[in-house]
Ligand binder design. Structure first.
Ligand code: 4AD
Ligand code: MG
Length: 456
């Protein structure tokens, strides 16, 4: 169908011209001789007002119902009220009627209710804005790296190695549900790949392979975690941005992570001003100011050991105990970033025993050159580290964790053939989108969220 995007019409280029537009009726109202329909085609956040002179045009009442899909033809004129333009309808035709049971009505529905209708919720202002910002941020990610000589690589989704070593992989199998087997070994030897396989929790290990050829690479794709975490910030399927950089040590990669986050925030502020305005008004008061500040100011850096001291001194009853050697829980992360630092903070040099095998061991023999970036409202959004580049030390760390080193032969080889210092991080894309939109539940920044016990 030949028609013009509402986005292009609202830019003003079509003033005085006759156009055809298609979209869904968001609301309509009748005021005597004139009727109005707000049309959204999803190409921009705003809607186009269609003005109907009832004396000149008879409109099928179905065309005026909320949710109906219609096509309207007419002249684009300056809006009668306020700024902008509107369409003076000469013709309106119905493409698809929408019965009164349409679950998205004018009265404000709760986010929890809308979660139950993921196939329709995108037609609301909130979700329109969320996914538009998500798209802008995704494109800014590619732009950021392309401007800096990174190669974009696609790492496998099905893998035989567990990158994080936390045993949270979904299994990939074609074995029948009633498969008979004498041992695990036999079960997997008869399986599709002849060995145990799963969905990747991270593209890092393959990313390191690519970084030792191209120096700077990034991945941007789905990760899967079978962890039993039913929280507002965990999904079983989420997207991760994982740069991997050769000749970079921990302070270098911290600089890159900070620069990238600021770049992405600026891109969203510049390219999605209407959406940010909307979130600022209806979702998180002061969001715009927060984002501007974050884009302009230095992030804090705090050693894990110092963080533990700060938490111990805190005048707060934490649910989880604070002790050197224990991982930080969300409540601790939030306290540090919201109460102590009031801004994003990199916590560095975590105890070796609570972190993954691949992290560079610090000279103290107890900690690793790792950092998590914590932000107010969410907690961890980035997991980052310098990688252990020394063959013997890496091998020892793997053995200490009782890992099958044969399965990581290629990964170990990278430490034999021209090993270099290198570092990387993983930014949880949904958590970033939560941060820039103020949305508080990760299920509300994902088209079709998958989490424990839920695959709608
Ligand atoms: O800290 P994680 O587990 O780090 C890695 O996977 C590294 N291999 C990354 C790297 O160095 N290349 O995960 C990285 C980020 C977290 O900080 C978080 O933002 C996000 O991924 N994340 C999740 N997001 C949603 N749901 C989950 N279940 C998540 N698990 C991690
Ligand atoms: Mg982590």
């Amino acid at each position: 169908m030949k028609h013009i995007d509402v986005a292009d019409i609202l830019k003003g280029d079509f003033l005085g011209k006759e156009v055809v537009v298609c979209g869904w009726v968001r609301t309509s109202r009748d005021s005597g001789a004139v009727a109005f329909a707000e049309l959204s085609d999803g190409t921009c956040f705003s809607r186009l007002q269609v003005v109907i002179d009832k004396n000149a045009l008879r409109v099928d009442p179905e065309c005026m119902k909320t949710g109906a899909a219609v096509c309207a033809k007419g002249e684009i004129v300056r809006a009668y009220r306020g700024e902008g333009v509107e369409l003076n309808a000469a013709e309106i035709s119905l493409l698809g009627s929408c019965p009164p049971e349409y679950p998205i009505q004018k009265k404000k529905s709760t986010l929890a209710y809308l979660r139950g209708i993921p196939h329709l919720r995108l037609r609301t202002n909130t979700f329109n804005a969320v996914f538009r910002v998500r798209s802008v941020a995704a494109q800014a990610v590619h732009r950021y790296f392309r401007e800096r000589n990174y190669v974009y690589v696609n790492t496998p989704i099905i893998t035989a190695s567990d990158c994080e070593g936390a045993g949270e992989m979904f299994r990939v199998t074609t074995q029948p549900a009633n498969a008979k087997y004498a041992s695990e070994e036999e079960y997997f030897s008869k399986d599709f790949f002849g060995q145990r396989a799963g969905l990747s929790v991270s593209g890092q290990l393959e990313g390191e392979v690519a970084a030792t050829a191209f120096s700077k690479i990034y991945t941007f794709g789905p990760s899967f975690r079978a962890e039993n975490s039913n929280t507002t910030r965990h999904l079983a399927e989420f997207w991760q941005i994982e740069p991997e950089v050769a000749f970079a040590e921990l302070p270098d990669i911290i600089g890159i992570a900070q620069e990238m986050i600021k770049y992405l925030i600026r891109a969203v502020l510049d390219e999605s001003p209407e959406e940010i305005e909307f979130f600022d008004r209806f979702i998180e008061k002061g969001l715009k100011e927060k984002l501007r500040n974050v884009a302009e100011s230095e992030f804090a850096v705090c050693d894990y050991t110092e963080a533990i001291e700060l938490l111990k001194k805190a005048d707060v009853e934490f649910v989880y105990p604070v002790e050197w050697g224990k991982d930080l829980q969300t409540e601790h992360e939030k306290y540090l970033t919201e109460v102590v630092f009031h801004r994003p903070v990199f916590v560095t040099n975590y105890p070796m025993d609570i972190k993954a095998f691949y992290m560079k061991q610090n000279p103290d023999g107890k900690t690793v050159a790792a950092t998590d970036l914590l932000v107010p409202g969410i907690g961890e959004i980035i997991g980052c580290s310098e990688r252990e580049a020394d063959y013997e030390k890496l091998l020892a760390a793997m053995k200490a964790r009782k890992m099958n080193t044969d399965a990581y032969r290629q990964y170990l080889d990278l430490r034999i053939f021209g090993s270099v210092p290198h570092s990387g991080f993983g930014l949880g894309f949904e958590r970033f989108v939560m941060y820039v939109t103020g949305m508080e539940n990760i299920r509300d920044v994902t088209l079709f969220p998958r989490s424990v016990g839920s695959i709608v």
